[in-house]
Design a protein around this ligand. Structure first.
Ligand code: ATP
Length: 125
């Protein structure tokens, strides 16, 4: 039983190690985190609803998850194919495409949520 909890503890430790490594090594990851902080601040300022918080949290999670998978795929591709190879390039481009789709989706969700709040703020002046 003791080793069961130790294994679960180690799994969390390795997962946080991966997260930490993505934040430290990937400039894009830091940009996503900055954007997420901006969204959270805007959400607090505009007092968005619970449902809107859920959509914003889902969008932030989607983008960060996509970026971590992208980093994992890039790292594995560099290991397997350090030399130039069209398939390695295609693999990296596909992973980058997934991040782009997630980021565009998150931007659309953010615009749909925040534009009406901004319009209200402008109208109230
Ligand atoms: N081994 C390779 N063989 C062929 N093309 C490659 C290879 N490595 C990279 N490329 C091409 O160069 C592009 C940029 O590769 P790189 O490894 O710099 O990824 P990146 O997406 O710029 O990484 P980061 O997210 O760190 O900025 C890839 O998307 C791919 O088109």
């Amino acid at each position: 039983m003791d080793s069961y909890f130790k294994k679960r503890y180690n799994s969390f430790k390795f997962a946080f190690k991966g997260l930490n490594s993505a934040v430290r090594s990937e400039p894009h990851m830091r940009l996503h985190i900055l954007a997420a902080i901006g969204v959270i601040v805007a959400g607090i300022i505009f007092r968005v609803t619970k449902l809107e918080w859920c959509l914003l949290a889902g969008s932030i999670g989607l983008v960060i998850t996509a970026e971590i998978f992208n980093t994992a795929i890039e790292t594995l591709t560099n290991l397997v194919s350090p030399q130039h190879n069209p398939l390695a390039g295609k693999t990296k481009d596909l992973a980058a495409g997934a991040v782009l789709v997630a980021a565009i989706t998150a931007a659309i969700v953010g615009l749909i949520i925040f534009i009406p709040y901004m319009q209200d703020m402008v109208n109230s002046y």
